[in-house]
Design a protein around this ligand. Structure first.
Ligand code: FES
Length: 102
């Protein structure tokens, strides 16, 4: 994993998981490990890059992930599996679909 604040063109889309102090205290490290497993489980491990990030801004809203312009908040180690399937996976699929359609 690389800590990065920005994105570069011609790279796979990136999920930025906040590793700032508030998110870290709530279990961001555990969410990171679980996200890596989930991305691999759904065959996305090579298609989406998971990166740790400095504070993403909304510190009072639980663990935060940013994907493009979308922020997923109120994440937790206990809810990440459900939130991944309900919210994050559909967002990734939309971006994948758009890139296929060109
Ligand atoms: S510490 Fe995670 S949004 Fe600020």
């Amino acid at each position: 994993m690389r800590v990065d604040k920005g994105e570069t063109l011609n790279q796979p889309p990136a999920l930025f998981l906040c590793m700032g102090s508030s998110c870290y205290k709530l279990g961001a490290q555990r969410v990171l490990h679980r996200m890596q497993v989930l991305l691999d489980t759904y065959g996305l491990g090579d298609l989406v890059e998971l990166k740790g990030s400095f504070c993403l801004g909304p510190c009072g809203e639980g663990i935060v992930i940013r994907f493009g312009d979308t922020y997923f908040t109120q994440l937790s180690p206990d809810s990440i599996d459900e939130r991944f399937v309900q919210d994050i996976l559909p967002a990734i699929r939309v971006v994948q679909q758009l890139s296929v359609e060109g």
